[in-house]
Design a binder for this molecule. Structure first.
Ligand code: NAD
Ligand code: USQ
Length: 382
């Protein structure tokens, strides 16, 4: 299949593009490289030294003989987008190409606007391009578990059946996101749902949990294919941050009491979930929603797991409660369904000691690149 990976220079996108190429798909990468630019602006850097995209692709070609098409540009620019699609003729589009950090979106008005314009306009452009010229193409769009917030009832996969005044309907699940970024994903979901209902497009919205880990079969093949691993207070995510903090002897930064429960998954399962979604596409007119995570943990549990694994390796690991820069419930009910991807054949990599060992070893390998000034959070929600 011709699969275009938008955001293919990023953390999830790079690993997915190589994985899909390895499965025999013809893969194109479209990316504006804006994430590298935001890193420079924030003076943050990935723990791992990532090569320029052209060099990454040359290395992949040298190793496998496969050529991936590359389109550098912004999907908010419709002319660029439609020209790229015409050239590539996608049968499936995997859309990772958004501003994905909650703290970044909460820096100030400018960053909130940037996030919502970048994400919502980019996705809208894509929907119009598909409507006009690629109506049979399957859109696989990365959403987020954070769209749901933390309701005091079970979280279903996208829809909930409600009885009201004696009548019954199945409706989109209520959304109560916790940042301007997470809100942008809700707006995207509504727009994609509309495009499926009204224009008959086909789409799968993957409400992904927090991704951890760095190595996949393909990105582990060569140093030049290494994936990014963020640890700074803006783009770094919980478990990855904790492992890098443990490696450099920084106290693990548990925000508040640490009772915040989230869905998590290994990056090796991210790439597999995308493959499963592409191989069993949504029907024309269908807006399919899958919750993409494999396990639920609260933040304190994660920190304690990293502490235990770190201590077993001889590291001195301290867990510390920091004032929570976010506005979020620190004790709450959280029970989310995630059966649809399992039904399609996902065999999860569960968080185990061996994964923590390998992530800690990986962090130790690059620990001299850590800038400790980037670890503590500086963005607050109020
Ligand atoms: P990332 O920042 O590493 O990668 C995103 C890529 O998209 C970057 O390379 C960036 O340059 C590109 N991009 C952004 N806006 C663009 C635009 N307008 N046009 C073209 N390219 C653009 O992020 P990631 O961690 O790989 O996340 C990818 C997707 O998965 C995001 O949509 C994110 O919301 C979602 N997601 C990520 C996680 C996670 O834990 N990393 C969890 C759930 C969902
Ligand atoms: N947290 C800490 N300490 C830290 C970092 C985070 O306690 O050092 C806490 C946060 O307060 C939050 C939880 O851990 O309660 C998750 O925070 P995070 O930064 O790991 O993840 P989040 O901001 O939710 O965003 C990440 C990705 C985003 C994706 C989302 C999936 O950046 O793109 O959409 O995970 S989910 O959380 O399921 O919505």
């Amino acid at each position: 299949m011709n699969v275009l990976v938008i955001g293919g220079d990023g953390y999830c996108g790079w690993a997915t593009a190589l994985h899909l190429a390895k499965q025999g798909h013809r893969v194109g990468i479209l990316d504006s490289l804006v994430r590298r630019h935001w890193d420079l602006q924030l003076q943050a850097d990935t723990l791992t030294p990532i090569a320029p995209i052209q060099q990454r692709l040359r290395r992949w070609h040298a190793l496998t003989g496969q050529t991936l098409d590359l389109f550098i540009g912004d999907i908010c620019n419709y002319e660029f987008l439609i020209a790229s699609l015409r050239q590539f003729q996608p049968e499936a589009i995997v859309h990772f190409g958004e501003q994905r950090s909650a703290p970044f979106s909460m820096i100030d008005r400018e960053h909130a606007v940037l996030t919502q314009v970048n994400n919502v306009v980019g996705t809208l452009n894509l929907l119009y391009a598909m409507k006009e010229e690629f109506p049979a193409c399957h859109l696989v769009k990365l959403g987020t578990m954070g769209e749901y917030g933390t309701p005091n009832i079970d979280i279903e996969e996208g829809y909930i059946t409600i009885e009201h005044n004696g009548r019954k309907d199945t409706l989109p699940y209520p959304k109560q996101p916790g940042s301007m970024y997470h809100l942008s994903k809700v707006h995207d979901s509504h727009n994609i749902h509309f495009a499926c209902r009204i224009w008959g497009l086909r789409a799968t919205d993957l409400n992904q949990g927090v991704v951890y880990g760095v190595l996949t079969d393909e990105t582990g093949m060569d140093e030049l294919l290494v994936n990014r691993l963020d640890y700074d207070g803006v783009f770094g995510t919980a478990l990855n941050r904790f492992c890098i903090q443990a490696a450099v002897g920084h106290p693990l930064t548990v925000y508040g009491r640490g009772g915040q429960t989230r869905g998590f998954l290994d990056i090796r399962d991210t790439v597999r979930c995308i493959e499963l979604a592409i191989n069993a596409p949504a029907q024309p007119g269908e807006f399919r929603v899958f919750n993409q995570f494999t396990e639920l943990f609260n933040v304190l549990e994660l920190a304690l797991k990293v502490q235990e694994a770190g201590r077993a390796m001889g590291l001195k690991v301290e867990v510390q409660n920091f004032p929570n820069p976010r506005v979020e419930l620190e004790e709450h009910y959280f029970n989310a369904k995630n059966t649809q991807l399992l039904d399609l054949g996902l065999q999860p990599h569960l968080l185990s000691d061996s994964l923590l060992d390998s992530l800690l070893n990986f962090a130790l390998k690059y620990k001299d690149r850590v800038d400790e000034a980037q670890i503590l959070p500086k963005v607050t929600w109020k």
